[in-house]
Design a protein around this ligand. Sequence first.
Ligand SMILES: C[S@@+](CC[C@H](N)C(=O)[O-])C[C@H]1O[C@@H](n2cnc3c(N)ncnc32)[C@H](O)[C@@H]1O
Length: 314
Amino acid sequence: MITPHSRRRFFFLSFLIGLVPLTSAREAVAGGGGGLPKGRSIQHRYRAQQIELLGHNTFNGSNRKAVDRGAAPYFSSLGRRFVRRVLAATSRHHVCDMGAGNCVFATELAGLGGRVIPEWPFEEAIKQLNDREASQIPHVSAVTYKMDHDYVHEGKKFQLLEGRLFEDIPPAKLKAKLGQTKLFFEKWGVLAYTHDPTKVLRKLCAAAPVDFEYFVEAGPRHWNVERQTMSGDPKPPRSSLHSSTVKLRDGRVLTFPDWLRTVKGLKVTELKVENGGALLIRRDPRVPLDIPKLRLINPPDESGMPPHREFLER
Ligand SMILES: C[S@@+](CC[C@H](N)C(=O)[O-])C[C@H]1O[C@@H](n2cnc3c(N)ncnc32)[C@H](O)[C@@H]1O
């Protein structure tokens, strides 16, 4: 007789020897009803998938732009407040790109990449970037899982955190590398891709000074709005962090940015940016930090950028 127990055993053993695809095995382990996956092996599968995506470094982009963006796209996604912070930085400041791709913007910031071509509407800001003297150039850290080339080198004011997931970097190393960094930012970086946002935020808060600022591209709130061009051609859905969700313990489902706003000890401000949206994450020093653990409950959909992830708050 086929009992639910024997059915689960069959699917689990089949999964182990590769007879059925991951999804059917996962559903069977979860009880056949599309429930939650249990056990480390499934979490490990997700990890392999994450590492494969970051390792290929193409991010489903149709061209290399997904890892080669410079000042103008960063300014446009993160907004005017971010531009002011960048231009106000001096050689006494430390900044960190939390998802630097091939480090195009990071090297521009560090004054290593030659003159940046001014692009509308940031001609003035980029001119200021180009005209900085050494005393106006900050220390730059770049977090990236993999670069496509080896012609960016660490120097006195430029360091790479490359080759491992941010969430896997030991706390002491992070403290040593980022202990003075007050300005963090990402254009589809670690927070947009990680399977463990709790670990990322806990580690960042433990390493950075309490008055850090973390600018994060979030994209539009209504992530699947289709854009119409003047000619009426529909464009593909726009990317957004709002496409990732968190199911709370009481069953409510929030978008990932809205969940961030519920975290005790963080202050999360939504920034108005012309073609999307950004978040500014800070510590609220009056409130003890309490970031609930999140668990992935389905394989992330990585067909778009950033991936669509579903988490459960534990
Ligand atoms: C889509 S690319 C964007 C690159 C760059 N911001 C740009 O726009 O050109 C994502 C970047 O985030 C990095 N990244 C994402 N998740 C990461 C993680 N958990 N740990 C380290 N790096 C991560 C990737 O390695 C890559 O550098």
